[in-house]
Design a protein around this ligand. Structure first.
Ligand SMILES: [Zn+2]
Ligand SMILES: [Zn+2]
Length: 270
């Protein structure tokens, strides 16, 4: 039985139209025990993309709280958020994460120097290697400036969108090591995100090598999430994620409650 999914989007995210009720209903029907809703909130998202990744956080919290009550005894529903990090946003992110008592704050880099690698325009003026270096530098700068998150989301997000086969872990191992060491010494976790697997990517985000390295360096806080933007994908790829974590030397995975990590034995997923 798959027991949790710690990265899920609903219609509160500008790029999803899924109803929270449908997420809860589907999670129950798939036998999932704990879900954490983590809608996108990206302050200062570039206007060019014509998407507004902001919403009424108080309303969101109340709606999830009511749903949690409705499903009490059937499904444990937790309220999280995926905050879009940029190095200059410390005050905005700090304020956002203190608005309501979240269970989990995922901090993610979606924007690199004003552009999202999701869009082809990002790749036009950069060679892939330069793009990856620029992305990881932006991640490092966010880690240096912001600390009000619990886990770093899809740490190699950019690898989802580069030309096929262009991301080589070894080429960026040094900066990835620096990033992982900074996260570990700040008591931050990472996640294993399976979204890429359903769109043809051969790897989770981050890739197995990064996850293994995080463990080797002493990292032990790792959440599992599908990053589903529609209910049908809740729990997708969690069996693969479990095998990756097992192979990388983890005995436990993490689910957050009230911003604190709780550890669950991996062997009970399956
Ligand atoms: Zn994301
Ligand atoms: Zn997400």
């Amino acid at each position: 039985m798959i027991i949790s999914d710690s990265h899920l989007h609903s219609r509160y995210s500008a790029d999803s139209s899924e109803e929270l009720k449908n997420i809860a209903r589907t999670a129950v029907s798939k036998g999932i025990g704990i879900i954490t809703i983590t809608d996108h909130y990206d302050p200062d998202f570039p206007k060019d993309y014509d998407l507004d990744f902001s919403f009424d956080v108080e309303e969101y919290y109340q709606v999830i709280r009511m749903l949690k009550e409705e499903y009490s005894g059937q499904l444990d529903i937790r309220c999280g958020i995926e905050a879009g990090l940029m190095p200059h946003l410390k005050d905005e992110i700090d304020a956002l994460t203190h608005k309501v008592p979240f269970d989990l704050v995922i901090g993610s880099t979606h924007i690199v120097n004003g552009m999202d690698p999701y869009y082809e325009s990002f790749w036009k003026d950069r060679k892939p290697q330069e793009a990856y270096t620029e992305y990881f530098s932006a991640v490092e700068a966010s880690i240096d400036n912001i600390s009000s998150y619990d886990v770093y989301g899809h740490l190699d997000y950019i690898a989802r969108y580069g030309p096929e086969g262009s991301f080589d872990y070894k080429e960026h191992a040094d900066i990835i090591d620096v990033i992982l060491k900074k996260l570990i010494s700040a008591d931050k976790g990472i996640e294993i995100n399976t979204a890429g697997l359903r769109s043809g990517l051969k790897e989770t985000n981050p890739s197995f090598e990064v996850i293994k390295r995080y463990r080797e360096l002493g990292g032990d806080i790792i959440t599992m999430g599908s990053d589903a933007h529609s209910a049908e994908f809740i729990g997708y790829g969690m069996d693969i994620a479990r095998d990756y974590l097992d192979k990388a030397g983890f005995k436990y995975y993490t689910i957050f409650k009230e911003r604190k990590p709780e550890f669950y034995l991996l062997k009970y997923i399956g």
